[in-house]
Design a protein around this ligand. Structure first.
Ligand SMILES: Nc1nc2c(ncn2[C@@H]2O[C@H](COP(=O)(O)OP(=O)(O)OP(=O)(O)O)[C@@H](O)[C@H]2O)c(=O)[nH]1
Ligand SMILES: [Mg+2]
Length: 472
């Protein structure tokens, strides 16, 4: 192909910011990640998808939802072939976005997909903004807002736990749970409507206790979901598990044993590890961010001291501290230092269990796991202990696909819970007239409306989709 080099995929974003978000036009994006790959997908969506497709593809895929081999051209240079590709057409409304969608499977790499993208733009498509395809799916009621966020959670999943919950939520479990809460709030509004219409009735047909108990049940359900947020973060990011202890205790050897490969330098010299070394381990049920840190001791060495400061920083935010030492006595010595440095739950490990340890004078009464990182003895028990500790800290049964609960969803749930609490206060004290108390129920319902996307404000949509990748 002659002429200027096509715009590279990462220049998509610049064009997008300038182009702005207009609905109803036809958008184009490279849906696959930039870089060398076998295949890339360029997709367009909108009312002009067919006209644009016809301008750049030969032959045009006449059979809907069937892959057709064709060549791709610039609309103005029909003789120059950009790529031999496969194309598939999804006529509206039976597509991901609900609009006519055309996907072109091109050869991968950085040049070809960008050139195909440019040809689509030359034919009249507008570079898509982040998440714009999914936003259109939501606007066309192909997907609710919660499931749209789940699509993002699925793409972002780095762990089995995050994947499990996202794929479960994608089927609509989370949406249904939220919709039920909204129904409950609406039911509660209906329940007290009578009281508002007939305030002179002392003991209306609806007992005040019935309203109170329904509100309490709803508040508890909302609280359970809000409380699942820490579990969601643990499932998504992994629990922070910090290996700490005196120098030479065998911390780095233990990290390598968990990793199944050499990630940290090991030596018989105390003070080997200086910088923290972090690995993501995808455990069942919880993933962990396992961190090897510099051995804790009083040191005159400037670099080692800096390393110890890093260890202390990790300890401050640790969920679990795996306290390592060669003997019970040494564990006992280091424990006090850890207690003041971390709120994490401590799991004590006597390392090098293949060697005899001197425990004269040790009064350490805590349960200790004996581990030999060289043979793997005790490693399974240690892993199980860590998982139990994380489960206890998460305080969640993981029954709902909690990892899909986004910050936006949590804020809406908290808002609804707060409104129900205010309603209950007003209702039980009887200090306020029923219509005033009922205003809080309306507040709760509207928070839940926004949560599910019954009401889609531009603000909420922009916030949700700006964090998506382009082409999704
Ligand atoms: N026999 C035996 N030796 C071990 C075991 N684990 C580690 N070692 C040895 O103990 C020494 C120190 O191990 P490291 O893993 O570097 O110890 P560390 O706690 O990371 O030490 P620093 O980074 O200096 O704080 C090395 O010589 C290891 O080979 C074990 O389970 N059994
Ligand atoms: Mg080390």
């Amino acid at each position: 192909m002659s002429g200027a080099r096509p715009s590279l995929p990462n220049s998509q974003a610049d064009t997008q910011q300038a182009a702005g978000r207009v609905r109803g036009d036809t958008i184009v994006a490279i849906a696959t990640a930039a870089g060398r790959s076998a295949v890339a997908v360029v997709r367009i969506s909108g009312p002009d998808a067919e006209r644009i497709g016809r301008a750049v593809l030969k032959p045009w895929p006449t059979e809907p939802r069937t892959l057709v081999r064709c060549s791709v051209h610039s609309p103005d240079k029909r003789a120059d072939v950009i790529d031999e590709a496969l194309a598939v057409l999804f006529p509206a409304p039976a597509s991901y976005t609900g609009e006519t969608v055309l996907e072109v499977h091109t050869h991968g790499g950085s040049y070809v997909p960008a050139a195909v993208f440019d040809a689509m733009v030359a034919a009249g498509a507008r570079p898509a903004l982040a998440g714009e395809f999914t936003e259109r799916a939501v606007l066309n009621r192909k997907l609710d807002l919660v499931r749209a966020e789940t699509v993002r959670a699925l793409i972002d999943a780095r762990t089995g736990a995050a994947h499990r919950s996202a794929i479960q939520a994608l089927s609509g479990t989370l949406t249904r749970a939220y919709a039920e809460l909204r129904e409950n709030a609406i039911g509660l509004e209906a329940l007290i409507a009578f009281d508002i219409d007939f305030p002179e009735e002392d003991h209306g047909p609806i007992a005040r206790e019935r309203v109170e108990s329904a509100a309490r049940i709803l508040m508890t359900k909302l609280r359970q979901l809000v409380d699942s947020a820490p579990a969601a973060i643990l499932a998504r990011e992994g629990a922070l598990v910090v290996l700490a202890g005196p120098p030479n205790a065998g911390k780095s050897t233990l990290l390598n044993a968990f990793a199944g490969e050499t990630r940290a330098i090991v030596s018989e010299e105390p003070g080997t590890t200086r910088d923290a070394i972090e690995i993501l381990l995808d455990g069942d049920p919880w993933p962990m961010r396992l961190v090897d840190t510099a051995g804790l001791r009083t040191s005159q060495d400037t670099v080692e001291r800096l390393g110890i400061e890093v260890s202390e920083r990790y300890l401050r935010s640790a969920d679990v501290v795996v306290l390592c030492a060669e003997s019970r006595a040494a564990l006992q010595d280091i424990r006090a230092r850890i207690a003041s440095a971390s709120d994490g739950t401590v799991v004590s490990v006597r390392t090098k269990s293949d060697m005899a340890s001197d425990d004269t004078g040790a009064t350490e009464s805590d349960e200790i796991v004996d581990v030999c990182a060289l043979t793997g003895d005790g490693l399974g028990e240690l892993r199980a202990r860590i998982m139990d500790v994380i489960s206890a800290r998460a305080g969640s049964s993981m029954e709902l696909p909690v990892a899909a609960v986004s910050a936006r969803q949590r804020a809406a749930l908290e808002l609804a819970e707060n409104e129900i609490r205010l309603f209950l206060e007003a209702w039980t004290s009887g200090a306020l007239p029923a219509p005033v108390a009922a205003a809080h129920l309306t507040g709760a319902t509207s928070a839940l409306d926004q949560l599910i996307g019954v009401i889609n404000s531009d603000d909420v949509l922009a916030r949700v989709f700006s964090t998506f990748c382009v082409g999704k």
